[in-house]
Write a protein that binds this ligand. Structure first.
Ligand SMILES: [Zn+2]
Ligand SMILES: [Zn+2]
Length: 390
């Protein structure tokens, strides 16, 4: 596998960084220690500019190449945040922070981008500049959106954006991407039902929110089967129903919560409208009040056709023809890199990390062996998109 030699040469350093980050996970926008660690490494590498405090703890590093580059520069993005999970790996480098863990491999993503930074700062075999984006709050909070809202893409002249996510269950070092939508939009709904509680022996004197919750839960399932065109992919998952406290009391309130995953804004509009109609209709039928709060979360992650083909070509140059899959393929998962792809063309790429526990599981751990491969991909993206002249 033609991993860049100098990067292979500091694979042990990358492993040490990754394990340090893994042992010290931070959540959401509170990635202070992670950002400090990143800034220390970037200073050692001699990058040209370090901008801190974007989206609270986000960091953008600028490395200058040689000569001019016309047009927007490449932005490479790594996420930094961990998850509220108690780690069960028993690894030597396991989390030292109770209830927090890098169960999505963002420690590995940060490490791969640091590896790329070290090589790019040493060699500078590209024209113009490159922006390395270290982003907090991917798992919740939409840190990518906050960085975009704070003007990051414009102020650094970023014209195209790329991100890399590890994929358990795919062969280690195998890349996969495709044109168009690759991950779903992620909406969240809350339904608050208010009826009239009372004695369970006298239901006729109540307006039962339990039956209304059941009615709404079942009716919502007809949206996918009855209201959405058969070829439009969509998931509606009801994930919480909370109500009641005793066998002899009909409660006053019930609460339902869940997520809607779609790829098309028109489908999203249709689902939201139907949910309002169904909730209102069911509430009327059961004689209760019900309020639907439907919030648009992360938008679908949509790769630019040309940039995703380019990213696949670059991946082939690193991993070889047989180790890159390029085809239309969608997952119902979601990713806030979508906000950057709404503003700039680019591509979201997966890198296999072999067998083992899946993402967001307490036994998950990033595979250090793929870090030099991912770092080489990041470097080649820059060198190929912004080649030296002559
Ligand atoms: Zn995750
Ligand atoms: Zn992730």
């Amino acid at each position: 596998m033609p991993v860049i030699n100098s990067i292979a040469g500091f694979a042990e350093d990358m492993k040490a960084w990754r394990r340090h980050l893994h042992a010290n996970p931070e959540l959401g926008f509170d990635c202070h220690d992670t950002a400090s660690f990143i800034v220390e490494r970037l200073r050692e590498f001699g990058v040209d500019e370090i901008h801190q405090g974007i989206a609270k703890t986000g960091v953008v590093a600028i490395i200058e190449g040689r000569g001019r580059h016309r047009g927007g520069i490449v932005g490479l993005r790594a996420d930094m945040d961990a998850l509220p999970i108690e780690e069960s790996t028993g690894a030597e480098h396991a989390s030292t922070r109770a209830g927090k863990m890098h169960a999505c491999g963002h420690d590995g993503h940060t490490t791969m981008l640091l590896g790329a930074a070290r090589h790019l700062a040493e060699t500078r075999n590209f024209s113009g500049k490159v922006a390395l984006i270290f982003q907090p709050a991917e798992e919740a909070g939409g840190g990518a959106n906050v960085m975009v809202q704070e003007g990051m893409l414009d102020s650094f002249g970023i014209g195209q954006v790329y991100a890399l996510h590890n994929a358990p269950g795919y062969p280690a070092g195998h890349f996969a991407t495709g044109p168009g939508p690759v991950l779903a939009g992620d909406d969240i709904f809350h339904i608050h039902i208010t009826g009239v509680g009372g004695h369970a022996a006298h239901p006729d004197e109540t307006r039962d929110p339990v039956m209304a919750a059941v009615g709404i839960a079942q009716a919502l399932q007809t949206i996918v089967s009855r209201n959405i065109y058969g070829r439009d992919e969509m998931v509606l998952s009801l994930t919480q129903i909370h109500t009641g406290s005793s066998d002899n009391i009909i409660p006053e309130k019930a609460y339902l919560n869940g997520t809607v995953r779609t790829f098309d804004p028109l489908v999203q509009d249709r689902v939201e409208a139907r949910m309002h109609e169904i909730v209102a209709g069911q509430a009327a039928a059961y004689g209760v009040e019900a309020v639907l709060d439907y919030a648009r979360g992360y938008p679908p992650t949509i790769n630019d056709p040309e940039k995703s083909a380019f990213a696949a070509e670059v991946a082939r140059s690193v991993a070889g023809e047989d180790n890159v899959t390029y085809r239309e393929d969608r997952s119902m998962g979601a990713e806030d890199f979508a906000f950057m792809l709404q503003e700039r063309p680019g591509a979201y790429m997966l890198i296999g990390q072999g067998e083992g526990a899946g993402l967001h599981q307490p036994g998950y751990d990033f595979n250090d062996e793929i870090a030099p491969v991912g770092a080489s991909y990041f470097v080649r993206l820059v060198e190929t998109a912004q080649p030296l002249e002559g």
